[in-house]
Design a protein around this ligand. Structure first.
Ligand SMILES: Nc1ncnc2c1ncn2[C@@H]1O[C@H](COP(=O)(O)OP(=O)(O)OP(=O)(O)O)[C@@H](O)[C@H]1O
Ligand SMILES: [Mg+2]
Length: 277
């Protein structure tokens, strides 16, 4: 593998636009490219609340049908830094295993201390990219770049394109709703036997929170996320979840999320990690 190219920058600087352009350049050079999107809010690959991975050959594929997703459980990495870290590493491992020539890795705009700095420092430390494309408006990447200057990683320092434009909170909410809506096209309700499922957090279906309409990650027998779903009803022994179930996959694990979702893709409130952990 030729390595990993990491897109680093604050919000709205054009990271994702560059992410696609860089991947396209590798594709034009005849390489097999793994694209990973670790932004759980303004997700490009797969639905919000997940990290997504696609493998591309010749041209950029449809990002709404990823090869792999990892459920983080929220649309904001704050409070879920560990899950973002684990999911990023897992999907990089999957792309490497699939034999890609290069990985292009997009990240969220969370770069400010304390959470953004901790997230980016640890993610770069974990993934050790060969190349970083750092897009900076002013000096917001100063703390991260000063630490990176000690490394021999190649850093391409750029200013945002003049065409990059900021998106409002309501545009971001609307974008997420549309991404969920697309993802849940073809979803259906299925009732699963709770006695045959492993749950994490172990208590997330206890009466400390109301789980109805909570998002969940569905795992197969290798404990990979195969879909996300919405809990619609619960009895002592069964749980009914609305999800785009992949055909022929036996659901073995449920990972509780932290936001509620309606079938039309509207987010409806959150629970805090301390309520279930
Ligand atoms: N080179 C460009 N040409 C045209 N439009 C651009 C360009 N770069 C960015 N934009 C536009 O600016 C907006 C923000 O760009 P983009 O989504 O790539 O930024 P980002 O840094 O990934 O944002 P986020 O922080 O939400 O992840 C988008 O509407 C995008 O289409
Ligand atoms: Mg982006």
């Amino acid at each position: 593998m030729n390595g990993l190219v990491f897109l680093l920058g604050g919000p709205d600087v054009g990271k994702t636009t560059l992410f696609k352009q860089v991947a396209q350049e590798f594709l034009s050079a005849g390489l097999r490219v793994g694209l990973i999107d670790s932004d759980v809010g303004q997700s490009t690959i797969g639905p919000p609340t997940t990290i997504g991975m696609v493998i591309a050959e010749e041209k950029l594929p449809d990002f709404s049908h990823p090869q792999a997703i990892y459920f983080v459980g929220n649309n904001n990495p704050v409070g879920h830094l560990l899950e973002v870290m684990v999911g990023s590493r897992r999907l990089v491992g999957k792309a490497v295993k699939a034999g890609v020539d290069v990985i292009v890795f997009d990240s969220s705009g969370l770069v400010q201390p304390p959470y953004g700095l901790a997230l980016k420092y640890n993610k770069l430390e974990l993934l050790r990219p060969q190349r970083i494309i750092a897009v900076e408006k002013k000096d917001e990447l100063g703390p991260i770049l000063s630490w990176l200057s000690c490394w021999d990683t190649e850093i391409l320092h750029m200013r945002p394109s003049e065409k990059a434009r900021a998106r409002s909170a309501s545009e971001r909410t609307k974008y997420r709703q549309e991404k969920y809506r697309q993802y849940f096209e073809g979803a259906f309700l299925k009732t699963l036997d709770l006695n045959e499922l492993c749950l994490y957090p172990p208590n997330f279906l206890s009466d400390r929170v109301d789980p109805i309409e909570l998002l969940v990650g569905l795992q197969d027998d290798k404990w990979d996320t195969v879909a996300i779903g919405i809990i619609e009803s619960l009895t002592d022994d069964t749980i009914s979840i609305y999800a785009p179930y992949p055909p022929g996959v036996n659901i073995r694990g449920l990972v509780g999320g932290y936001i509620g979702l309606l079938r039309d893709g509207s987010e409806i409130g959150k629970i805090q990690p301390r309520q279930v952990l």
